[in-house]
Design a protein around this ligand. Structure first.
Ligand code: RIB
Ligand code: CA
Length: 306
């Protein structure tokens, strides 16, 4: 299995997705950061804190702090300044990450030198990937597949029409969809099938380690986003995309053609999904919710013991 590249806006669900990849044993070739769940400086601080706490040994590269065009949008209004809501404990601060090459430079180098076409897991606005494919379209043949948590075949979560990662940089998504790279879209409708609720906290509460307490509080803060709005449970988003890579039975995909609205109107960021045989993309259809939830819990329990 070739190593995987992860492009992320390092919120709680991104961290959980990375834990699942690590738990599966799949090597992580590198990681690039992008604005999204919070502003870029905070995303960098989150990545530094997580890398230190969980002893992540893969290189992490700074990427885009703004979308390709249009205004900067983050999820701070929902998640708070850190992008990591909590019931109590917060991620410990850590020194800044080593100053490595920029995300697009690092990605280009990795694609040029990998022995075979490679896979990318994208968990935030896809600005880094859009910029890469815009400046180096020749590298598209080096990418086997981009699996992206983003978009929605029906309604959005950031606006009525658009999912957050799609809304935050539709121009980047348009470049990626128009490229020849096969894209698997793990969209909001798929992610809405896989949720966690307050009873899921019990498994972590029983573990009695400092890391378990931190994970408990961060998962609790994440779940509270929905509970505070009167909903019974919270979709876990990025772990669904990770699960589709780790376990091919976890998620079903159908061929489709996907376009994204880049207008400045109310439909900005809406993904138009046309399910059709022979379409260049794949869109998730059905998730094995219990299987994915179990994988996510097991990854957290393993990380709580590290
Ligand atoms: O809409 C959910 C997505 O937005 C997730 O990837 C979350 O981490 C944020 O990036
Ligand atoms: Ca994310």
């Amino acid at each position: 299995m070739t190593p995987l590249w992860i492009d992320t806006d390092m919120g709680f669900d991104d961290m959980l997705a990375i834990m699942m990849i690590r738990q599966s044993g799949r090597a992580i070739a590198g990681c690039s950061l992008v604005f999204g769940n919070s502003t870029f400086d905070r995303i960098h601080a989150n990545a530094a804190g997580m890398a230190a706490l969980w002893s992540w040994d893969f290189a992490i590269h700074n990427g885009a702090a703004r979308p390709i065009s249009g205004a900067l949008v983050t999820a701070r209004n929902i998640l708070g300044p850190s992008g990591l809501p909590t019931l109590g404990q917060v991620l410990p601060e850590a020194p800044p990450l080593p100053d490595r090459s920029q995300a697009t430079t690092a990605l280009a180098h990795w694609l040029e030198t990998a022995p075979a076409a490679v896979d990318i897991l994208a968990l935030g606005p896809i600005t880094n990937l859009g910029m890469l494919l815009q400046s180096r379209p020749d590298l598209s043949s080096r990418i086997n597949c981009i699996t992206w948590m983003g978009g929605s075949a029906t309604t959005g979560n950031h606006t009525a029409a658009a999912e957050f990662n799609a809304f935050a940089d539709p121009e980047a998504a348009a470049i990626v969809f128009a490229s020849s790279v096969p894209v698997r879209m793990v969209d909001l409708d798929l992610c809405r099938q896989v949720t966690m609720a307050p009873p899921d906290l019990d498994e972590l509460r029983g573990l009695n380690t400092e890391k378990a307490q931190l994970l408990h509080d961060l998962l609790g803060g994440f779940i509270t986003i929905s509970i505070s709005k009167g909903r019974p449970s919270q979709p876990i988003f990025d772990p669904v995309a990770a699960a589709s890579i780790v376990d091919s039975d976890a998620v079903g995909f159908e061929p489709a053609t996907v376009c994204i609205d880049t207008s400045d109107g109310p439909m900005r960021g809406q993904t138009d999904v046309n399910r059709c045989s022979g379409g260049p993309h794949r869109v998730g259809t059905v998730a094995d919710a219990e299987r994915i939830r179990r994988m996510a819990m097991d990854a957290m329990k393993a990380a709580a013991d590290l």
